[in-house]
Design a protein around this ligand. Structure first.
Ligand code: PLP
Length: 418
C-alpha cells in the first residue's frame, strides 16, 4: 500500500498514514477548539484501538490471576500473559522467552539490574560507566548503588552535536569497571548511539552492558542476539502499549546468577521459616500479581507494530525528521539542540530570549502538544548550557502538515514575545 501522505511535497512510503491515523481514536480530539497535533511521543505514545479493545476484552471476559489457578479463566489469563512474553521475544529476537521479565517500565527494569546484578558485583573502589546524555532513570539507580558501595560513576562525554565520544569511552574502561549502562536513543537529543560498537568495546574489556531502549524500541528494529547486549530495557507505553508495563531483557546466564529484586508470591519454589528457595527465571523476578492487562495490551501493541513493519515505521519517521529539520531550521531565531548524524525523529530546540515553557503554552492554544523542560536529563541540559528545551517528538501517525502547523505556531510565538 504505497500512498501519497503529504500536503505539500509528496512522499512515497509504505506507510498509509491516513489509514493509520484512523486506528488512533485520540487523534480525532480537539484541544482548545483546534484539532490535536500530538508531538509528545517521546514522553508517551498514543494507543491504537486494537490495544484499548484488547484490554477491555481482558477485563470484560478474561480477568483472573495468572499461574495459580486450575480453573478455565485462570488458564485463559495465563495463556494471554505468556503469549505477550512470546511476542516480546519475537520483537527483540531473544533466544528464549524466559529472558523476558515483565516490569513496570524502563525505570523499574534499570533499578532491578542495579539492585540485583549491581549489588552482587560492585565493590568499594569499582567503577560504573554511563553517559552524559542519560535519562535520570539511567543515572540515579547507579548513583545510589555507587554511594552504597563506595564505587564511582564515570561519564562518557559528547561533542557539540550530541554524539558520544567513543574514544573517550574506551579510555574510561579499566580493571575497576564493573558495568556499563548507555541509552540507545537520547530522549532529549534524538541521537542514535552506535550501541553495537559500544557493546563490543565493553565486552572486549570483559564488562557487561545494559542498553536503555526506552526510545530505541519505538524507532528502530532491535535484535538482542545480534547486538549481544547483556540487558535491554524498555517501557510499553512508549511502544503504543499501556502504561505500568515494561520489559527487562537479560541473558539467561546472567539472570540465573542474579539474586531476586523483590520477594513475594510467584517468585519462590518453596518457603519455610528456615529457608526459601527461588523459582526459575522469569518468575524469580516477577514477585506478586503482575500487570496482566498491561502485558496483554503490550502484546497486542507489538502485534500491531509488527504488522506495519518496524523498518517501514523507521523509514517514514526518518522522512518526517528530515522535513521537520529543514522547516524548523529555516526559522532564524530557532536553534536545534542535538544535531547528530544518526538521529531519530526527536527535535529539541530553543528560541532566543523565549522560555521553552512559554513556547509550549502558546502552542497548546493551537492544539499542538510538545514537551518543554529538562526532559529528565539535567546533566545534559548543563552540558548545552540551557535550562530547558522545547521538544517535538514524531511518531508514524504524524504528518508533514502537522510539522507545517508547528512551524507556523513557532512563528506566532516569536511574534507574541518579540
Ligand atoms: N530512559 C529514557 C531514554 C526515556 O526516554 C525514559 C522516559 O522518557 C525513561 C528512561 C524512563 O521511562 P519510564 O518513565 O517509562 O520508566
Amino acid at each position: 500500500m504505497s500512498v501519497e501522505v503529504n500536503t505539500k511535497e509528496s512522499v512515497k512510503t509504505s506507510i498509509d498514514v491516513e489509514s493509520i491515523r484512523r486506528d488512533f481514536p485520540i487523534l480525532e480530539s480537539k484541544i482548545k477548539g483546534n484539532p490535536l497535533i500530538y508531538l509528545d511521543n517521546a514522553a508517551t505514545t498514543q494507543k491504537p484501538k486494537v490495544v484499548i479493545e484488547r484490554m477491555n476484552e481482558y477485563y470484560f471476559a478474561q480477568n483472573s490471576n495468572v499461574h495459580r489457578g486450575v480453573h478455565t479463566l485462570s488458564e485463559i489469563a495465563t495463556n494471554a500473559y505468556e503469549d505477550a512474553r512470546e511476542k516480546i521475544k519475537t520483537l527483540i529476537n531473544a533466544a528464549d522467552s524466559k529472558e523476558i521479565i515483565f516490569t513496570r517500565g524502563t525505570t523499574e527494569s534499570i533499578n532491578l539490574v542495579a539492585n540485583s546484578y549491581g549489588r552482587m558485583v560492585v565493590k568499594e573502589g569499582d567503577e560504573i560507566i554511563i553517559s552524559i546524555m542519560e535519562h535520570h532513570s539511567n543515572i540515579v539507580p547507579w548513583q545510589i548503588l555507587a554511594e552504597e558501595k563506595k564505587a564511582k560513576l564515570r561519564i562518557i562525554p559528547i561533542n557539540d552535536n550530541g554524539e558520544l565520544l567513543i574514544d573517550e569511552f574506551e579510555k574510561l574502561l579499566n580493571e575497576k569497571t564493573k558495568f556499563v549502562s548507555v541509552v540507545h536513543i537520547s530522549n532529549s537529543l534524538g541521537t542514535i548511539n552506535p550501541i553495537k560498537k559500544i557493546i563490543d568495546i565493553s565486552h572486549n574489556h570483559g564488562v557487561p552492558i545494559l542498553i536503555d531502549g526506552a526510545q530505541g524500541i519505538m524507532h528502530t528494529a532491535v535484535d538482542v542476539q545480534e547486538l549481544d547486549c547483556d540487558f535491554y530495557v524498555f517501557s510499553g507505553h512508549k511502544l503504543y502499549g499501556p502504561t505500568g508495563i515494561g520489559v527487562l531483557y537479560g541473558k539467561s546466564n546472567l539472570l540465573n546468577t542474579m539474586p531476586p529484586y523483590q520477594g513475594g508470591g510467584d517468585m519462590i519454589r518453596s518457603v519455610t521459616f528456615e529457608k526459601t528457595t527461588y523459582n526459575d527465571i522469569p518468575n524469580k523476578f516477577e514477585a506478586g500479581t503482575p500487570n496482566i492487562a498491561g502485558a496483554v495490551g503490550l502484546g497486542t501493541a507489538i502485534g500491531y507494530i509488527l504488522k506495519i513493519g518496524i523498518n517501514n515505521i523507521a523509514e517514514y519517521e526518518n522522512e518526517l525528521l528530515k522535513y521537520a529539520t529543514d522547516v524548523l531550521s529555516s526559522i532564524k531565531e530557532l536553534k536545534i539542540i542535538g544535531t547528530a548524524k544518526e538521529k531519530a525523529s526527536i527535535i529539541s530546540f530553543v528560541l532566543e530570549n523565549i522560555h521553552p515553557h512559554d513556547i509550549g503554552t502558546v502552542l497548546d492554544y493551537e492544539g499542538i502538544a510538545i514537551r518543554t523542560g529538562h526532559h529528565c536529563t539535567q546533566p545534559l541540559m548543563h552540558r548545552f548550557n540551557v535550562p530547558a528545551t522545547a521538544r517535538a517528538s514524531l511518531a508514524f501517525y504524524n504528518t508533514k502538515s502537522e510539522i507545517d502547523a508547528i512551524s507556523e505556531g513557532i512563528k506566532k510565538v516569536i511574534k507574541v514575545f518579540n
